[in-house]
Design a protein around this ligand. Structure first.
Ligand code: GLC
Length: 657
């Protein structure tokens, strides 16, 4: 990937070509938006020019005239800037002044399927008070663009990027939702699937009909020779339902399908694919979407002899897209969905040898896995070791911290980290699958195995957070004490999610402890995909009990409200300030410190034990300038002098007095 001397010459030529275009761009923009907007747009092009031209040169320079390509892409960008609604341009301006807006402590996310939460997008608009009650300021509505008919991988098989799923509403409804959110100073996150389209997308249909232009949008092979070679090193994502990474399509050949057979991987070596997807992103951004969740980002570039993820070109694609989108829609944020190893993960936030703007936020998959690992093993040492080893992320970026999402949980426990704390990695991963699928003796969890891969021994896990914390099992037996403990576990886990560092995401229904959906397989579209067990429809009858402190719903809802309120008032909990894992004498307690130069220091403690644990003053006192005070905690926490005693599954937030 290192640039050749000729790359440098061509890159310089491309930059000169773009520079030469700027006066005409400026006058074109000035005509419709006025001088000030035109000057700002040209300033943005200059600012991002290097970050668009260099990656484009490295990606496409050997086959394409990059000067011409950049000009063509800039045309799309300028068109999008011209059609960007004034309300969104106003938000852009605010965010250019405050580019770290998403790092604020008040930013708290909620994730839901529009249909499951409120029927339609219009229905969601009518539930914003409910979200505001929870302190939510960022809403991720799961895939909502028009999917193929029938099975569609939860909406991740898109048949039309410019239309909303008609069952959920229209583009106008999406715009209205975005506008309502913006009126409340909330933001909207929407999925954008870059890696593949549905087999029924017009591009795929054209490819199938023999159109050579669209045939080049996908990766198609005449026989099994190349697919066999690639498959030697590619992991299978859905070994149960879609083994292998290729699907035979009559009249076409072997189509690359990393995920389900009806999801056709786009060929990003083709600059036309880049242009088409850039145009799609700009279109979606202009509907009022603040955060684009870039689905399955690591898979965009394929290379034989590798696992087909995280190739250097993936980062170049994201960098170029970032630079181009920032010209038209500077307020828009990119979120990487990169469920990869911690070392790879940070690179999606731009942490390369030198910083390169790439995605602004990314899922902290490691934290999620480690919370569940600690819960099952009653031991936080692996979590402390692995989280501590993660590289710091660039200051302008943020993690998204979460406990559950719509996907299964894969046991991303690195061998190195496991060995460091004396665990056998394969045995620990196997223990976690046994524990959360409820087969381990004494397990409180009621999850299910998802996509068992006998070749690798991999067994991922489905199940709602409440079910994995023991609530379903406790309710089955009517054991009130077990119910109480399950609630304590769930809140304790969220106390870490809300304080670890990043934008916390609350997954729909966790605030009420929703159980696994017993009817998940009734829908023929969902058969065979047990991730639907943790995507239950919203239970509004349960939600109606949220103000009754005697109910599970009341306890969970109130706890999450207090976490949100306390978080919003603690500067140290902003994203963008570092997180330090502390050593304590107890292997059960996860202890973390956060600090902001302008606010009091913060220490969060979480006890992963069936019994009480203590954290002594030797750990706590050095973290604070004065005597720490308890800002928020579970019941039963006691300050023992400057030390703290946590009950079973208890947690505490301490801050400088
Ligand atoms: C992402 C989504 C997952 C989907 C896959 C393929 O990983 O989170 O639900 O199956 O991409 O689009």
């Amino acid at each position: 990937m290192s640039p050749l001397p000729s790359d440098r010459v061509r890159r310089a030529h491309a930059r000169d070509t773009v520079q030469a275009l700027l006066p005409s761009v400026q006058s074109r923009v000035a005509q419709s938006l006025g001088e000030l907007e035109a000057e700002a747009l040209v300033a943005r092009i200059r600012q991002h020019l290097f970050d668009m031209v260099e990656p484009l040169q490295l990606l496409y320079g050997r086959t394409t005239d990059v000067a011409a390509l950049t000009g063509r892409l800039l045309d799309l960008v300028v068109d999008a800037a011209l059609e960007r609604p004034p309300g969104l341009r106003r938000i852009d301006r605010r965010r250019e002044v405050d580019p770290r807006w998403f790092q604020r402590s008040r930013v708290i996310g909620y994730v839901c399927y529009a249909g499951r939460f409120a029927g339609t997008l219009d229905g969601v608009r009518h539930k914003l008070d409910y979200l505001a009650e929870l302190g939510v300021t960022y809403l991720h509505v799961m895939p909502l663009l028009k999917p193929r008919e029938g099975a569609n991988d939860g909406g991740y098989a898109v048949a039309d990027y410019r239309q909303v799923d008609p069952r959920l509403g229209t583009m106008a409804d999406l715009e209205a939702l975005a506008a309502d959110l913006h009126d409340r100073d909330m933001s909207l996150c929407v999925d954008l699937v870059l890696n593949h389209t549905a087999a029924e997308h017009p591009w795929a249909l054209a490819a199938r009909a023999g159109d050579p232009t669209y045939r080049r949008f996908y990766r198609v092979f005449p026989d099994r020779t190349a697919p066999d070679r690639y498959e030697r090193t590619m992991p299978e994502v859905f070994p149960d339902t879609s083994p292998g990474s290729f699907t035979h399509v009559e009249g076409l050949g072997w189509v690359w399908t990393t995920f389900e057979s009806f999801q056709w991987d786009l060929d990003w070596t083709n600059p036309d694919v880049f242009a088409a997807m850039l145009d799609t992103m700009l279109f979606v951004a202009n509907r009022g979407v603040d955060v684009l969740r870039l689905d399955a980002a690591p898979f965009l570039w394929k290379r034989e002899g590798t696992d087909g993820q995280n190739q250097p070109e993936v980062h170049l694609i994201l960098q170029a897209l970032r630079a181009l989108v920032a010209v038209a829609a500077p307020g828009v944020v990119f979120k990487a969905e990169a469920i990869v190893s911690p070392d790879q993960l940070v690179t999606y936030l731009g942490a390369h040898e030198g910083f390169r703007p790439e995605c602004d936020i990314a899922y902290n998959n490691q934290l999620m896995v480690m919370l569940w690992s600690s819960l099952a093993s009653r031991d936080s040492r692996l979590a402390t070791a692995s989280l501590r080893r993660m590289r710091e992320i660039p200051p302008g970026t943020a993690w998204v911290t979460y406990l559950r999402c719509h996907d299964d949980i894969g046991w991303a426990v690195s061998d190195e980290d496991a060995h460091r704390v004396g665990l056998d990695p394969a045995a620990h991963r196997s223990f976690l699958s046994d524990y959360f699928s409820g087969v381990h003796p004494g397990s409180f969890a009621r999850g299910r195995v998802f996509q068992h891969n006998p070749r690798t021994g991999d067994r991922r896990i489905s199940g709602t957070a409440a079910a994995l914390c023991g609530l379903d099992a406790a309710r089955e037996t009517g054991d009130d004490e077990a119910v109480d403990i399950a609630v304590r576990r769930l809140v304790m886990l969220y106390s870490v999610v809300y304080s670890y560092g990043g934008i916390p995401l609350l997954y729909m229904g966790d605030e009420l402890g929703l159980p696994n959906d017993p009817h998940w397989a009734d829908d023929p579209e969902h058969v065979g995909d047990n991730r639907w067990m943790h995507r239950p429809p919203m239970d509004w009858a349960a939600a109606a009990r949220r103000h009754d402190p005697a109910t599970v719903e009341g306890r969970l809802f109130a706890s999450l409200q207090s976490l949100a309120r306390a978080r919003a008032g603690l500067l140290a909990l902003r994203a963008g300030t570092g997180t330090t894992l502390l050593d304590t004498a107890s292997r059960h307690v996860l202890a973390l410190r956060r600090r902001h130069p302008r606010g009091p220091a913060f220490v969060g403690l979480a006890n992963f034990s069936d019994g009480p644990s203590e954290v002594g003053e030797d750990v706590l006192l050095p973290q604070f300038t004065a005597r720490p005070e308890l800002r928020l905690s579970s019941d039963g926490v006691r300050l023992t002098g400057p030390g703290v005693r946590l009950p079973a599954w208890g947690w505490a937030w301490l801050a400088d007095h």
